[in-house]
Design a binder for this molecule. Structure first.
Ligand code: PHE
Length: 353
């Protein structure tokens, strides 16, 4: 093949391979093969030295023209392929604004927290504030200051979760100093009385723990709401009026309350309070076990012994206290027969509220 033929063939190859390279990668490979230092065109130019001067001039000129044309073609094809690649990228990333959006589920307050806040709202409306205390509590605040004798059954390890003994010594006659998971929020009352001067009007909400097996009406951990009033001339009539008001705000104006005598170590006299059944209105049905009434809380006048432990003069002040289970109030409010379902975390149940 003559050198001119070779040049013709190279020209065709360049047209074909560079002009029609399908991708930028292929284009680059062709550039190296045809125009690179070890490429076809360079090889051809190397052969020029063997030609006679006239031929060399002709071929040299033609070869230079080919290089110039090839480089122009290369740029052109590069431009085309880059534009194509950009178009493809844009098409792939196109946003269809007519597609339905993704819905992020919204969280909501748990039923127990909501009822807790509702109870707080009722009492905040008549001047109560919220007080809080530790869930891991000293036995002193949980029992001793609340007038539980050393033998009181609630102190037993089968009723109360004990952590460890802070002092290292056991009960051998000395003041017990063990650490418990609080069994009620009454210790918050003692802590508050130790630090504040009357008048005191507080609510103590929070988690409490008891060594109970879970059943439809008990949980080993539940939420309690206690209240405490300490002021001059507070009587049982104030307690009655306050709880009556609370029940009507919480369950409806038509609901009645009933006080039954009871015993608590920290109040004297003490009572349990029932609310008239909302299903049968007091005539008796399955929901209230045919009683017509449902027990909702314990209460009483603060025992002078508790005042003494708390640094309050029982000759000057009197007061009342009450305590209720928030879970129970929630169950009553929504006719929930088994309170375990409140803490199962079953969204099908929780979403209803
Ligand atoms: N602390 C009592 C309980 O947990 C409730 C209560 C509080 C009763 C205040 C009377 C007065 O059962």
């Amino acid at each position: 093949m003559s050198t001119l033929d070779e040049i013709e063939r190279l020209k065709e190859q360049i047209q074909e391979k560079i002009g029609h390279a399908p991708t930028l990668d292929v284009l680059d490979k062709e550039r190296v093969d045809l125009l690179g230092r070890k490429g076809a065109l360079t090889a051809l130019l190397r052969g020029l030295g063997n030609l006679d001067p006239e031929e060399r001039a002709v071929i040299g000129k033609a070869a230079n023209e080919i290089r110039a044309a090839a480089e122009a073609l290369l740029e052109e094809r590069k431009g085309e392929l880059s534009a194509q690649a950009l178009d493809q990228k844009l098409a792939a990333g196109r946003l269809d604004v007519t597609l339905p959006g993704r819905v992020t589920p919204l969280g909501a307050q748990h039923l127990i927290s909501r009822i807790r806040d509702e109870i707080i709202d009722v009492f905040a409306g008549i001047g109560y504030s919220v007080a809080e205390g530790p869930e891991v509590e000293l036995e002193f605040f949980n029992f001793t200051a609340l007038n539980h004798s050393i033998q009181h059954p609630a102190r037993s390890a089968s009723d109360t979760f004990y952590l460890h003994d802070l002092s290292g010594d056991t009960h051998a006659g000395s003041e017990p100093s063990e650490v418990v998971l609080r069994t009620h929020t009454s210790p918050v009352q003692v802590r508050t009385m130790q630090h504040e001067e009357p008048p005191i009007y507080i609510l103590a909400p929070g988690k409490v723990y008891r060594r109970d097996a879970a059943d439809p009406t008990h949980l080993p951990q539940f939420t309690q709401m206690e209240g405490l009033v300490v002021d001059r001339d507070i009587t049982f009539a104030d307690l009655r009026g306050t709880l009556d008001y609370f029940v009507k705000e919480m369950f409806g104006k038509d609901r009645k309350t009933r006080f039954r005598p009871h015993f608590f170590p920290f109040t004297e006299p003490s009572a349990e309070v029932d609310v008239s059944c909302g299903i049968c209105d007091g005539s008796g049905c399955r929901f209230c076990g045919n009683a017509g009434w449902i027990e909702i809380l314990g209460c009483g006048m603060v025992d002078p012994e508790v005042f003494k432990h708390s640094g309050i003069d029982p000759n000057v002040y009197t007061g009342f206290a009450f305590g209720m289970g928030v879970d129970r109030i929630a169950a009553l409010r929504y006719d929930i027969p088994d309170i375990r379902i409140l803490i199962d975390g079953d969204m099908r149940f929780l979403r209803q509220f």
